[in-house]
Design a protein around this ligand. Structure first.
Ligand SMILES: O=P(O)(O)O[C@@H]1[C@@H](OP(=O)(O)O)[C@H](OP(=O)(O)O)[C@H](O)[C@H](OP(=O)(O)O)[C@H]1OP(=O)(O)O
Ligand SMILES: Nc1ncnc2c1ncn2[C@@H]1O[C@H](COP(=O)(O)OP(=O)(O)O)[C@@H](O)[C@H]1O
Ligand SMILES: [Mg+2]
Ligand SMILES: [Mg+2]
Length: 342
C-alpha cells in the first residue's frame, strides 16, 4: 500500500488518539472508517451514540472531503458511501485500484442496480425462494416507457390485475422517485407519466416489514402501509390517486395493537436465507427490504422495495450492529491465518 505523506501523518495521529482513548498502546489496532454521505444522511446516521460506542471499540470515523484526492485522506480500512455521480464513482474506482486492501461499502455498480425498480427486484424473482417457512416473490409488474403508445394496451396484454401501484422507474436523487400512485381502473392509466413500473397491489393488512441488512446481521421492524382494497371498493372507485410516503419512520407500528395474524413477523430462518442470498447476488452489505405478507395467508411474502444504505439511524440497536459489523473488517485484516490457531 502506498501512503502519501499526508496520509502517513493522519495514520500516526489516529493511532495516538486511539491509544489515548483505550489506554493500552497497541492492544487493539484502530480501524478507520471514511464516510462520504449526504448532509441529511450524516445527521441521521452519525449520531453521538454511534460515535461514542465506536470510539470505545477503537473505530474512528473520518468525513471524506470529496474535493480532495481520497489517497491523501485516511488511511482508511473501510470506506462507506452513499453519494452518486460519475466523478465520485471514478474517484472511488481509482482509489480501489491503488488500495485493494481497503473495503469499499459498497461497489458503485451494485448500488446502481438498485436505482431502477425493475432491476432492483430481479434477483428476488430469480431466486424463487420457497421452503417450509414460506414463499418469497415479487408482485407481478411491468415497465412502461415513453415509447409505449398505449399503457392500456400494455397492461391488458400483460393481464395485470387492478389495482396497480405506479412507481417512477429510476431514482434521480429527487423526492419524485417516492411519488407513487394507486390506479383503480385501466382507462386512467394514461394520466401517468412514464417511465414507470406498474405493480400489482397486494392486500397485506396495512402492515409492512422493513428488514434491515448490515452484513450478516438483520433487524426487522413493522411500519404502517396502505390498507387493503376490497373488491367492492375496486368496483366503485375509478381514477389514479397519488399517495404520500405511507411507510416512513413516523409510521412505526411497533407499539400498535394489531391483528396478530397481520403483525406476526416473517419467520427468521426465511429472512436469513433471503438476506444471505441477496447479499451474494446483489454484491451489497448495506440495504433494507420492504416486505409484505399477502393478506389471509401465513407464509406468502412479497418484496416490494430494496433501498441502499437506508435510514439506519432509525433501526433499533443500530450503533451495536454497525460497530460489530465494522469490527469484522478488523478481524479479517489482522487474522491472516484464521485456521492456524496454534
Ligand atoms: O430519509 P430517511 O432517513 O428516512 O431514509 C430514507 C429511507 O427511509 P426509511 O429508512 O426506509 O424510513 C427510504 O426508504 P423507502 O424508500 O421509504 O422505503 C430510502 O432508503 C431513502 O433513500 P433514497 O431516497 O431511496 O435514496 C432514504 O433516504 P436517504 O436518507 O438515504 O436520503
Ligand atoms: N405492490 C404493492 N402492494 C401493496 N402496497 C404497496 C406495493 N408497492 C408499494 N406499496 C406501498 O407503497 C409504499 C411505497 O412503495 P415502495 O415501493 O416501498 O416505494 P419507496 O421506494 O418510495 O419506499 C410501501 O411502503 C407500501 O405501503
Ligand atoms: Mg419503500
Ligand atoms: Mg425505496
Amino acid at each position: 500500500m502506498k501512503l502519501t505523506d499526508e496520509a502517513m501523518r493522519n495514520k500516526d495521529s489516529i493511532g495516538d488518539q486511539h491509544e489515548a482513548d483505550c489506554g493500552e498502546a497497541g492492544a487493539t489496532p484502530p480501524i478507520v472508517v471514511g464516510y462520504a454521505l449526504t448532509p441529511k444522511k450524516i445527521t441521521s446516521f452519525m449520531q453521538p451514540k454511534l460515535e461514542n460506542l465506536a470510539r470505545s471499540k477503537g473505530i474512528t470515523f473520518v468525513a471524506i472531503d470529496q474535493n480532495r484526492p481520497l489517497s491523501d485522506q485516511g488511511p482508511f480500512d473501510v470506506v462507506m458511501h452513499k453519494l452518486r455521480g460519475t466523478e465520485w464513482y471514478q474517484a472511488l474506482e481509482d482509489f480501489r485500484q491503488d488500495h485493494p486492501e481497503v473495503t469499499i461499502l459498497d461497489p458503485p455498480e451494485s448500488i446502481e442496480h438498485l436505482r431502477n425498480r425493475e432491476s432492483m427486484l430481479q434477483d428476488v424473482d430469480d431466486m424463487k425462494l420457497s421452503d417450509s417457512c414460506g414463499v418469497v416473490g415479487v408482485p407481478r409488474q411491468l415497465v412502461v416507457t415513453a415509447d409505449d403508445s398505449s399503457v392500456f394496451d400494455v397492461v391488458t396484454k400483460a393481464g395485470l390485475n387492478l389495482p396497480l401501484v405506479a412507481k417512477p422507474l429510476v431514482a434521480d436523487g429527487s423526492q419524485k422517485f417516492h411519488e407513487l400512485s394507486l390506479a383503480y381502473d385501466q382507462n386512467s392509466l394514461c394520466e401517468l407519466e412514464p417511465p414507470l413500473v406498474l405493480q400489482e397491489f397486494v392486500n397485506h393488512g396495512g402492515i409492512l416489514f422493513k428488514v434491515y441488512v448490515v452484513g450478516e446481521a438483520i433487524k426487522v421492524v413493522r411500519r404502517y402501509s396502505l390498507p387493503n382494497v376490497t373488491k367492492s371498493e375496486l368496483s366503485k372507485i375509478s381514477g389514479v390517486f397519488r399517495f404520500p410516503r405511507v411507510s416512513c419512520a413516523a409510521a412505526s407500528a411497533e407499539d400498535a395493537d394489531l391483528d396478530p395474524e397481520v403483525a406476526e413477523l416473517p419467520p427468521q430462518p426465511l429472512l436469513e436465507r433471503l438476506a444471505k442470498e441477496l447479499r451474494r447476488r446483489l454484491g451489497l452489505q448495506l440495504f433494507n427490504l420492504d416486505i409484505i405478507r399477502e393478506y389471509g395467508t401465513r407464509d406468502r411474502f412479497y418484496v416490494i422495495d430494496i433501498n441502499y444504505f437506508p435510514g439506519y439511524g432509525k433501526m433499533p440497536d443500530y450503533e451495536l450492529i454497525f460497530t460489530d459489523f465494522l469490527l469484522s473488517f478488523r478481524r479479517i485484516k489482522h487474522n491472516k491465518f484464521p485456521h492456524n490457531i496454534n
